[in-house]
Write a protein that binds this ligand. Structure first.
Ligand SMILES: *Cc1c(COP(=O)(O)O)cnc(C)c1O
Length: 426
């Protein structure tokens, strides 16, 4: 394959630094030349069927003509202006549409350019919410085992320290309170006790609702989410839901919190917000949170403002993405994917070296046991013509919602095939 790789690949690899990668052994990067629908086209002419929507963003597949024409039109008139003192239609329309889509009075939208930063803003909002009320002690956060909230310093402190990604930095950031998900009676009592004991110190609880993504694709039910929200309410603690991965239909509803009838005080959105085309994130606050900042005192304002916040191109792409949720049957497609994943991944359950199979919405995960050679698995999937990139101990699918049953079946068959081969070795 290497002789067909373009020169820019070989040359550029001498200068690029890749994410989550030991560069000394990073031999397997595949040069991509184009994308289309659910397909990724490589420089050597091969096509891979995409099983993970480019880090869970490309919910409408790649190169959707509606998003393309909306961003092209925006590029001609107003690609970007600073968002202080100036505002523009794409951002304000998007804010109004998000407020209308989200449950309850989640109605004040603060735009940033990445998920991690949207969580940083949520944390800042939560701490300052209490400060603006004259309460200075509430500056700690409660997060959950297997949680993931980003790679920046404040968000790293909220990730599961045992998952490894950020364990090197434990001594650098402030320790937060790590809770177990209250999935049984004893854990429920423990969680309630933790909050009632420390409530005077806690600014907010933060959780990825229903599915914890990068911490291992762990799933919990709506009743657990509802219980957490109720405990927060009983103890007067803010609830931040990080729907960066779950938002925009991934778990079956437009937002995962809807399944539990929960309205968080603050919600974070990003990944699928622009349908996987341009970087954009939103931190959305309920009315009472916003009102704590509404004052004649300039010091009570939210002091945050990324240079590229509310980028007009990205907002135009997000508006076009929301159009597609209105005009195309995305949630039905998610339901169909869920049914097919349940059916097709069930056969993996009996394989040696498989610990668990989990499905929720357009998310399917196969948890592995025993020795795991990630590089080898990744290479086998590419050889099977699919783009599936296992991490930690999970092989998972989060395909674009527009994937047809045949392409989806190629993905699930590849997982079964590769794990069958592995079952002989483990
Ligand atoms: C991806 C992700 C983030 C971080 O988003 P970035 O855009 O990578 O900074 C935070 N929380 C969750 C739940 C995510 O899935």
């Amino acid at each position: 394959m290497s002789q067909t790789n373009p020169a820019w690949h070989h040359d550029g690899m001498q200068n690029i630094w890749l994410p989550y990668t030991q560069m000394a052994t990073a031999t397997a990067t595949l040069p991509v030349v184009s994308t289309d629908g659910v397909r990724i086209r490589l420089a050597d002419g091969r096509e891979l069927i995409d099983g993970i929507s480019s880090w869970w963003t490309a919910c409408h597949g790649y190169n959707h003509p509606h998003i393309r024409s909306a961003t092209e039109a925006q590029l001609k008139t107003l690609p970007h202006v600073m968002f202080a003192g100036l505002v523009h239609e794409p951002a304000l329309r998007l804010a109004t549409r998000l407020a209308a889509l989200l449950p309850g009075d989640l109605e004040r939208v603060f735009f940033t350019e990445s998920g991690s930063v949207s969580v940083e803003v949520a944390l800042k909002m939560a701490v300052q919410y209490w400060l603006n009320k004259g309460i200075t002690e509430r500056n700690r956060f409660v997060c959950f085992r297997h949680g993931y909230h980003g790679d920046t310093f404040a968000t790293m402190a909220l990730c599961d320290p045992d998952e490894g990604m950020h364990s090197l930095f434990g001594s650098v950031f402030p320790p937060q309170m790590m809770a177990e998900l209250p999935t049984d009676e004893a854990l429920k009592i423990g969680f309630e006790r933790m909050l009632s004991t420390h409530r005077e110190r806690i600014a907010a609880v933060i959780l990825e609702p229903l599915v914890q993504g990068a911490g291992g694709i762990k799933m919990h039910d709506a009743a657990t989410l509802k219980f957490i929200a109720d405990v927060c309410q009983r103890n007067g603690v803010l609830l931040i839901l990080d729907e960066i991965m779950t938002g925009f239909g991934r778990t079956g509803k437009m937002f995962a919190c809807e399944e539990a009838g929960v309205v968080p005080d603050i919600i974070c959105l990003s990944k699928a917000l622009t349908g996987g085309t341009l970087p954009l994130a939103a931190t959305v606050a309920r009315r009472h949170v916003f009102e704590a900042f509404w004052s004649q005192d300039k010091g009570a304002a939210l002091m945050h403002g990324p240079t590229y916040m509310a980028n007009a191109l990205a907002c135009a792409a997000a508006n076009a993405s929301l159009d597609l949720f209105e005009t195309e049957p995305r949630l039905q497609q998610v339901a169909a994917i869920e049914a097919q994943l349940r059916d097709a991944l069930a056969v993996c359950k009996g394989l040696r070296g498989v610990a668990d199979v989990r499905v929720k919405g357009a998310i399917g995960a196969v948890e592995l046991s025993g020795e795991i050679d990630l590089e080898q698995l990744r290479q086998r999937f590419a050889e099977c013509g699919v783009w599936i990139r296992p991490f930690s101990n999970v092989v998972y699918l989060m395909p674009p919602f527009v994937i047809g049953p045949e392409d989806l079946s190629v993905l699930t068959s590849a997982i079964h095939q590769v794990l069958l081969e592995r079952s002989i070795r483990v």
